[in-house]
Design a protein around this ligand. Structure first.
Ligand code: NAP
Length: 251
């Protein structure tokens, strides 16, 4: 019988690709997102294609009650979650000082609070149950300054490194997957014009997921798919932050 994996944001983009990949590896799945119709349809397809068990958990991760329901499912004995993919997320694409506060707060609820709550629930049971896998979908944005989104992703990458250092010795693998621009629904949802980004900068979601999962299984704590984004991150690390801020101010 396969292990149980829980994927947040499984209805689209990177999360959907994770659901397919894990199903193809014979994991049973708990799919989490807000859109019930879409979740049910994906679960039906994955069950019939891969012969796995698949539950759906309709949850808006900005809502405390829903978040607790997901955390409870992670700790459930008998069908305990051995793989957690913290993937759900969105960007509000607005300035901090001139934007809507509630929108910024909701984004942090999903990108930070939900990741903390669910990773905490998973790590607590995995360390006493002989191990597991926690992958956090962060971003190359975590290595630069770029509004509340970048700040939240910087937290996510650092959190993955911190948690990995703490729980690796209990057989719990933790990693941050840090993609660059990836074709998903993310940009349309954020009213971001994709044509502003040159073609060569785009990655495909299935490539990002395969590379991230392979790196995770090899014990890499930070995964940056593609050479061009590895180079970008090196440049961000060696560039003085005062210079990065200067460029940002001119935007
Ligand atoms: N695409 C990129 O260029 C890129 C680059 C770097 C990092 N990322 C990160 O990758 C992750 C996945 O994004 P994506 O690009 O795959 O975007 P996407 O195609 O828009 O998918 C986002 C997923 O998150 C779910 N979601 C959004 N808000 C939610 C909420 N409040 N509660 C529960 N689920 C919610 C959505 O489902 P429902 O609408 O059904 O709830 C959907 O399944 C995010 O963390 C994002 O920050 C993306």
């Amino acid at each position: 019988m396969g292990k149980w994996a829980l994927v947040t944001g499984a209805t689209a983009g990177i999360g959907y690709e994770f659901a397919k990949l894990l199903a193809s590896e014979n994991h049973n799945l708990v799919l989490v997102a807000r859109d019930k119709t879409r979740l049910k349809s994906i679960a039906k397809d994955l069950k019939s294609q891969y012969g796995i068990k698949c539950e759906v958990l309709v949850a808006d991760l900005t809502k405390k009650k829903s978040l607790e329901e997901v955390a409870t499912r992670i700790s459930k004995s008998g069908k305990r979650i051995e793989v957690l993919i913290n993937n759900a997320g969105f960007s509000v694409n607005q300035s901090i000082s001139n934007g809507d506060y509630q929108a910024e707060k909701s984004m942090l609820d999903v990108l930070v609070t939900a990741v903390l709550r669910l990773s905490h629930a998973a790590a607590a049971q995995m360390r006493v149950n002989g191990g597991g896998d926690i992958l956090i979908v962060s971003s190359v944005a975590s290595f630069m300054t770029g509004g509340t989104y970048s700040s939240a992703k910087a937290w996510a990458t650092n959190f993955a490194e911190s948690l990995a250092s703490e729980v690796n010795k209990y057989g719990v693998n933790v990693s941050a997957l840090c993609p660059g621009f990836t074709h998903t629904e993310f940009h349309a949802r954020a009213n971001f014009d994709k044509s502003e980004v040159p073609n060569w900068m785009w990655l495909d979601a299935d490539y990002v997921v395969r590379k991230g999962w392979k790196d995770h299984k090899q014990g890499k704590v930070i995964s940056i798919p593609s050479l061009r984004y590895k180079f970008f991150v090196v440049m961000m690390k060696i560039t003085p932050s005062s210079l990065i801020r200067k460029v940002q101010r001119k935007k």
